[in-house]
Design a protein around this ligand. Structure first.
Ligand code: G6P
Length: 491
């Protein structure tokens, strides 16, 4: 936190994201405040608390607009305000075009290798352009100088950096792409590829989770735009604007904010088991995801099925608790996926159930972070089987929750996290037997080995926490700002 303050030297930042960090919902005669399931929010919220400033977001989850209208500029967090949340409201038509359409039916499957075909509609694109412009205008209005520091988040706003640059040429624009960046062939199918790339190159810094994503981006620009690329410094210059393309692996807050409110690991273990009617020594696996087709939930269930087939002694003695937060449910691909997940859980449960016990406990509902952390603490193994994932913060959250240095992480090789958490059991989620074997190995791992692995993963997450992520970007930005000022003076 103190590093961030030094970097900013009293400057307030402006964050732009689609997802809002708090959702105000009307429940009978009172307003309930929820935290949405989003890796982006998990990471950026503590940074914003540390820096203060304004967070501009789409008032999407705050459903009852009539009631929350007076919440379009609120100080948050509600119990202890540290920054301002400025909401932008969209009509249903705008939301369908920009968010559901172009961002989530187009860019999301374009950037993730999950073999879901992207859909590109001209009307969605037009809406995406218009909404990017509306958010860019809001940034310009919120700026209290001609060179603000703006942090642009994710694939919803690829055009916004260019738009802000046009209005505020001296702005420092840091754009972070929270999802993978595909190779040039894959990206090239997008009918508006050049426009998207030009928009992103309005940024001062363009951040990705891994060096692979940076490399893919540089190759994509090289293929489709006229620019000068300096590979040594990882910069792209286009029409007098210089963009640094760099990897900044995202992380979580350390120490985690919820830590002091949570019961001990022992208590969480017994409470979670008691609530499910399970005996104290029952083995528990935990999966926590948005219900998204990129998360490999079906592959995970099949791995559990395979494990029970191969190790009948676990029948009746192991349960996978799967928290699946409903997400983007208006889209057909998500509805289909939700039904597939439900049906597979039913089939596997019917196959193995004994008395009251079933191997998969599927909870399709929103859980607040404190509840999720109780499950992390109660589990013997956490299973992350994404088919493709920028980072995956569930892996890091599980590690942070285990102050007892027990519990094992099974982690997909196709996540950014697998490049950092080497002491997890790394799997290819498409290989069902291998994943089944890893879960079994986790459940039979000697305590000493669990402790060694968990200890070194905890040290990594502690040292490379989210303040370090933001701090590195701001430090790079500060250097560039200084250099530019100097050049302007000399020039
Ligand atoms: C991913 C994206 C975020 C998004 C989150 C939740 O982590 O990178 O931008 O906020 O999923 O998805 P949603 O569509 O509900 O915001």
């Amino acid at each position: 936190r103190s590093l961030l303050h030094k970097q900013l030297a009293g400057e307030r930042i402006i964050v732009v994201s689609n997802r809002e960090p708090y959702i105000h919902l009307k429940k009978e005669d009172r307003i309930e405040v929820n935290r949405p399931a989003s890796g982006l929010v998990t990471a950026v919220e503590p940074v914003m608390r540390a820096c203060s400033g304004t967070w501009i977001a789409h008032g999407s989850g705050s459903a009852d607009r009539e009631t929350v209208d007076r919440h379009d500029r609120v100080a948050v967090p509600p119990d202890h305000p540290e920054y301002r949340l400025r909401r932008i409201w969209l009509t249903t038509e705008e939301e369908n075009g920009y968010y559901y359409g172009f961002a989530n039916e187009g860019l999301w499957p374009l950037c993730h290798i999950a073999h879901v075909r992207p859909i590109f509609r001209t009307s969605d694109w037009q809406s995406y352009v218009a909404i990017n412009q509306r958010f860019a205008d809001a940034v310009v209005r919120e700026a209290d100088s001609d060179d603000p520091v703006v942090l642009v988040q994710d694939y919803h706003f690829a055009l916004l950096p260019g738009m802000v640059r046009a209005a505020l040429p001296k702005a420092t624009i840091i754009t972070f792409w929270h999802i993978p960046w595909p190779n040039p062939e894959s990206f090239g199918i997008c009918p508006w590829r050049e426009e998207l790339l030009r928009g992103m190159l309005g940024s001062t810094i363009l951040g990705f989770h891994t060096p692979f994503h940076c490399k893919n981006f540089l190759e994509t620009v090289d293929r489709y735009l006229e620019t000068r690329i300096e590979h040594e410094s990882s910069t792209i210059s286009r029409r007098g604007n210089l963009t640094l393309v760099e990897s900044y692996p995202i992380s979580i807050q350390w120490p985690p904010a919820w830590e002091k409110n949570l019961p001990s690991v022992e208590q969480c273990r017994s409470e979670v088991r008691a609530a499910l009617g399970l005996p104290v020594h029952h083995r528990i696996g935990i999966g926590v995801d948005r219900q998204d087709y990129t998360k490999g939930i079906l592959e995970r269930f099949r791995a559990v099925e395979k494990m029970l087939e191969l190790h009948p002694e676990l029948v009746g003695n192991f349960t996978l608790i799967q928290i699946a937060a409903p997400t983007r449910s208006a889209l057909e691909d998500y509805q289909t996926f939700e039904a597939q997940v439900r049906n597979l859980a039913i089939r596997i449960n019917q196959r193995f159930s004994r008395g009251n016990w079933q191997p998969i406990c599927l909870k399709v509902e929103h859980h607040e972070p404190e509840q999720v952390n109780r499950y992390y603490r109660a589990a013997d193994v956490c299973v992350v089987t994404s088919l493709h994932d920028g980072m995956n913060l569930v892996a890091k959250e599980f590690v942070a929750a285990r102050e007892d240095e027990r519990g094992v992480l099974v982690l997909s090789q196709f996540t950014g996290a697998a490049h950092e958490l080497h002491e997890s059991l790394i799997v290819n989620p498409y290989h069902i037997e291998q994943t089944a074997d890893a879960i079994h190995r986790a459940l039979t791992m000697p305590e000493e080995e669990q402790r060694e692995r968990m200890h070194s993963m905890r040290m990594l997450v502690r040292d490379f926490n989210v303040y370090r992520w933001a701090g590195r970007m701001l430090l790079d930005a500060a250097r560039i700002r200084q250099r530019e000022k100097l050049a302007a003076r000399i020039g």
